[in-house]
Design a protein around this ligand. Sequence first.
Ligand SMILES: *Cc1c(COP(=O)(O)O)cnc(C)c1O
Ligand code: SF4
Length: 337
Amino acid sequence: MNSISSITLQQDEPTWQHLLSNAIDDPKALLEHLNLPQNLLDGAQKGSDLFSMKVPEPYLSRIEPGNPKDPLLRQVLPLNDELADVSGFVADPLAEMDANHSDGLIHKYKGRVLLILSGACAINCRYCFRRHFPYQENRLGSEQWQQVLNYLKSDPTISEVIFSGGDPLATSDNRLERMIRDLEEIPHLSRLRIHSRLPIVIPQRVTDRLLQILRDSRFSTVMVLHANHPNELDGSTAESAKRMKDSHITVLNQAVLLKGINDQVDVLQQLSEKLFEQGILPYYLFTLDPVKGAAHFDIPDEEAVKLHQQMQAVLPGYLVPKLAREIPGKTEKTLLF
Ligand SMILES: *Cc1c(COP(=O)(O)O)cnc(C)c1O
Ligand code: SF4
């Protein structure tokens, strides 16, 4: 910060907040920008009336123009298919409307507590269960935060806190820092985990300040990213992953198995290999939550298991993610074999 040139450089680089607030949310603008056929517009508009479209520029730049089947486009472009009513696909597949979530805290898994820091996301993924309740406001106000701290203090079996959302990194560094400092005062907590798609869709989110906060923390920190296709990883994600690793953060990835996007063994193999090249280890491969409006992404269990076996045949064991599903009421992820 001691030379004019470094200041100028910083002003030229858009901040993550700027990229976030300028994400494209107009289907017409997206189709025009990517040179896509206008016959997609009707479905895109109807779909975005149900769950708004949201695509930030760094992610947009990885989409191939003129290709309606682009695997990154398919994750964000609303389609007519979303209007279909398919039996078994419901608004709240994880029964997340349960009362214990109202204060932003979910304690279902032994030793681990999940906190919903922010309802916002940097991108709206069409397959997400969040599409039916994109919580607008922060669920953790200061009063709820005190309740969360009291809850965590009262249970010494809890060793790990998971920041989740929405996307917890949609929260400012200042707020994250205050929360982490408060949590550090609870002696039995030793691990902090952050589940975020932001370092993938807006790598600029991995700020020096965020890394400093995490480096300064006494917690062992795990960042679980979310990328579904190798094209989501480029030089900018490699750099942000490297910066996290250099700050002693363990970086993992979870993906969702999605029809037409990553339901081929060579794509899944490339995803694992590219993640590893960028210093990220594959953690989970989830089957789709049966959420209303996402049935066109669904892959039958038998096919999922077959794909997973094919991955095991071509990849070293440490690059094969666990194939799992979340079943409401279960106290752990259910592995599929
Ligand atoms: C997924 C999840 C966790 C973390 O599970 P891991 O298997 O440790 O990754 C914790 N709590 C809840 C409520 C979850 O849904
Ligand atoms: S919660 Fe994750 S999957 Fe769902 S919209 Fe946000 S970033 Fe996408």
